[in-house]
Design a protein. Structure first.
Length: 157
């Protein structure tokens, strides 16, 4: 898969030298998704990836936890959700870090001893249904958050 378009977009945002070298060394979708999650603060501040990137590579990144305009989202340790509407259920000892962007409408059902960390941005709506000993922590840069969770209002430095 040719990911040159993604690399050009990353470079346009002036990433750190180390991060760009890692992306350039292994241009696979898998590696680029892993770098996205490892550097999510940078990516979120830069509003990366663009909708053009998400549209162009649709069908290739979902297995790595990135979803764009989807109604079915599989739970994973790392999830990035853009402009989607879905319900995700976490049970037992599940742990997940989730990014919700764009105009997403996501319901998270957390039960058992699951521990979920969610970053919400833009015009997204997040609904939390928590039971048992589950814990849900939300870092809200934008959007609307409803339900039983701990919310920390955040702003970019």
């Amino acid at each position: 898969m040719n990911t040159e378009y993604i690399l050009k977009e990353i470079k346009a945002f002036s990433p750190c030298k180390e991060g760009f070298e890692k992306a350039y060394k292994d241009t696979s979708i898998k590696n680029l998704c892993e770098l996205f999650f490892a550097n999510s603060d940078w990516a979120l501040q830069q509003n990366f990836p663009s909708k053009e990137v998400l549209e162009k590579y649709r069908g290739y990144y979902e297995k790595y936890g990135v979803y764009y305009r989807q109604s079915t989202i599989n739970k994973a340790v790392n999830l990035a959700i853009f402009d989607s509407e879905s319900e995700i259920e976490f049970t037992g000892f599940d742990v997940s870090e989730i990014i919700v962007r764009g105009k997403s409408k996501i319901t998270i059902k957390a039960s058992g001893y699951s521990k979920i960390f969610v970053t919400v941005l833009d015009d997204s709506e997040l609904n939390i249904e928590r039971s048992g000993n589950a814990e849900v922590f939300v870092y809200r840069f934008g959007g609307v958050v409803n339900g039983d969770c701990v919310v920390k209002q955040k702003v970019w430095d």
